[in-house]
Ligand binder design. Structure first.
Ligand SMILES: Cc1cc2nc3c(=O)[nH]c(=O)nc-3n(C[C@H](O)[C@H](O)[C@H](O)COP(=O)(O)OP(=O)(O)OC[C@H]3O[C@@H](n4cnc5c(N)ncnc54)[C@H](O)[C@@H]3O)c2cc1C
Length: 281
């Protein structure tokens, strides 16, 4: 067995991985950023040659985004419904263009950084992570897949094959806002995704998620509940900053204090609600 393996099919990858001790490589943008070596140590299973892991496709009950779909592919896909506008906006915020063309959606989730920009827009879509391994296939809600900073419930011999978005969460309009120390090429201080469904002039469904303000990005059920039944013009005013802050556990770090993060998150949620509702339904 070679130290560098680049299978052409998922079946081949699944046959090579168990017991190999290999680390999985997708775009490499997180893996190489974490080492100062010119090549990755140990065995590597490169998923980059597996065409079936790329692209977005409709399936019974929803939509699947292939694990190795790059951020650039997501950002450019103007066939995606307005509910995925938040995800497409986040895609354009993941590093610069070079990182967006290499970095993949599954890599962002498996790396499980608290500041991973892909997580809040997927949480508001009720995303489920699809995994395959020797024991078969399974699907885990994204909120249960990421178990802590840099920790997931993926077993070492499992490969993430895609992200499933249930049809029930593909309605409505969405928005993503990210706050960093500068406008571009920056790690988030806080980021927010919102998806809202308006029926007969009222907000009928609301999903709000905040990242970089707790160990794992999270949905904000109290904030969502307060938005239900509001008219679009009244909705931003229904965002209670205290509810937002109470749902988060932001830390002090080199980028911002916890107090600043909590305050910023409240403002971002209100702005994201307004931004989502300004779109033509
Ligand atoms: C300069 C720079 C700027 C960046 N800016 C941002 C930013 O603004 N926002 C942000 O969120 N991220 C940012 N990142 C991080 C990174 O680009 C993203 O997290 C990207 O989506 C990672 O994807 P990848 O394919 O490159 O992952 P890789 O580096 O290939 O892998 C990351 C981890 O996921 C595992 N993995 C990957 N795919 C699978 C799979 N299918 N099944 C199982 N395990 C898998 C790998 O084993 C590894 O542990 C930046 C990185 C760089 C270098």
């Amino acid at each position: 067995m070679n130290d560098y393996m680049r299978p052409a099919t998922l079946d081949e990858a699944l046959a090579l991985l168990p017991g190999s001790g290999a680390g999985i490589l997708a775009g490499g943008t997180d893996l190489f950023a974490a080492t100062d070596r010119r090549r990755l140590p140990g065995r590597v299973l490169d998923l980059g040659g597996i065409a079936e892991l790329r692209g977005v496709r409709a399936v019974a009950g929803g939509t699947i985004i292939g694990a190795c779909t790059s951020w650039d592919e997501i950002a450019r896909d103007d066939t995606l419904p307005p509910a995925l506008r938040a995800l497409r906006s986040a895609a354009r915020e993941v590093g610069g263009w070079q990182v967006q063309t290499r970095g993949t959606i599954a890599g962002n989730l498996c790396n499980a950084s608290p500041a991973a920009d892909g997580v809040p827009p997927l949480l508001v879509l009720d995303a489920e992570v699809m995994l395959r391994g020797p024991a078969g296939t399974r699907q885990v809600a994204l909120g249960a897949f990421i178990t802590g900073p840099r920790r997931t419930s993926r077993a070492p011999d499992e490969i993430v094959t895609g992200i499933f978005l249930p049809r029930s969460a593909l309605g409505g309009r969405s928005a993503f806002l990210k706050l960093g120390a500068r406008a571009h090429l920056v790690i988030s201080i806080a980021m927010v995704a919102v998806r809202l469904e308006v029926a007969e002039g009222w907000i009928a469904r609301a999903a709000v998620a905040v990242g970089a303000c707790s160990a794992v990005a999270r949905r904000l059920p109290a904030v969502e509940a307060a938005l239900l039944g509001a008219t679009p013009s009244a909705a931003p005013g229904r965002v209670d900053r205290a509810d937002v802050a109470a749902a988060l556990e932001p830390i002090d770090d080199i980028r911002a204090s916890g107090a600043y993060r909590a305050e910023a998150a409240g403002e971002l949620v209100a702005r994201a609600v307004a931004d989502a509702l300004e779109q033509t339904p």
